[in-house]
Design a protein around this ligand. Structure first.
Ligand SMILES: [Zn+2]
Length: 193
């Protein structure tokens, strides 16, 4: 378990240092599959991802029962619902990264640029606004990400999922870079030669 916890701490530091989360925003989890049931390790509520310690990471079972001390992220239900709907997903990274979230607050959709795999939909999937921490957000986010690895939460942020935490992290970096590219393109197109 220690190596999973350390991986979460390292990824938390990395995405904080890259500016994908700020203050006390954002949350990360990992599912550890076991013969007696899965365990989810998740970042805590009301703590910055920049200075987490081993004892800050909270362990819960798939019903959200606490297995350790501490208070899990307020988005725990969203993480659990996603794991329940996606047996292939073992890691979730939720950020409020500036450019991607800027699109989420605007009427502009984020294009699915090259690198997101097969283009089934020209835009990244998004869902309407639901209050953070609510069961409505958990239900709709897990539904919205059923067939995708990225989901834009309107007026809120981004969720990236993968089998591995490293991959979910890379995806969240890639989403932000894609949003930057699209933003720069929009700006350049609006300037006369
Ligand atoms: Zn959030």
């Amino acid at each position: 378990m220690k190596k999973h916890i350390n991986e979460i701490i390292n990824v938390s530091n990395e995405i904080y240092n890259k500016g994908l989360v700020s203050g006390k925003a954002g949350n990360i989890s990992k599912r550890i599959k076991g013969s007696t049931g899965d365990i989810v390790a998740i970042t805590p509520t009301l703590k910055s991802l920049s200075y987490l310690k081993e004892e800050d990471i909270v362990l819960v079972d798939m019903d959200g029962n606490l297995l350790t001390r501490g208070k899990p992220s307020s988005e725990l239900n969203m993480h659990l619902e996603i794991y329940k709907k996606r047996s292939d997903v073992n890691a979730i990274v939720h950020t409020h990264s500036t450019y991607a979230t800027g699109f989420a607050f605007s009427s502009k959709k984020l294009k699915r640029l090259e690198g997101f795999g097969e283009i089934k939909n020209p835009y990244l999937n998004s869902i309407e606004y639901f209050k953070p921490g609510t069961s409505e957000l958990a239900k709709n986010a897990s539904e919205g990400i059923k067939n995708e690895d990225v989901l834009i939460l309107k007026n809120h942020g981004v969720i990236c999922v993968s089998d591995k935490l490293k991959e979910a992290k890379l995806l969240s970096i890639f989403v932000e870079e894609s949003a930057k590219t699209q933003f720069v393109t929009c700006m350049l197109n609006s300037v006369e030669d």
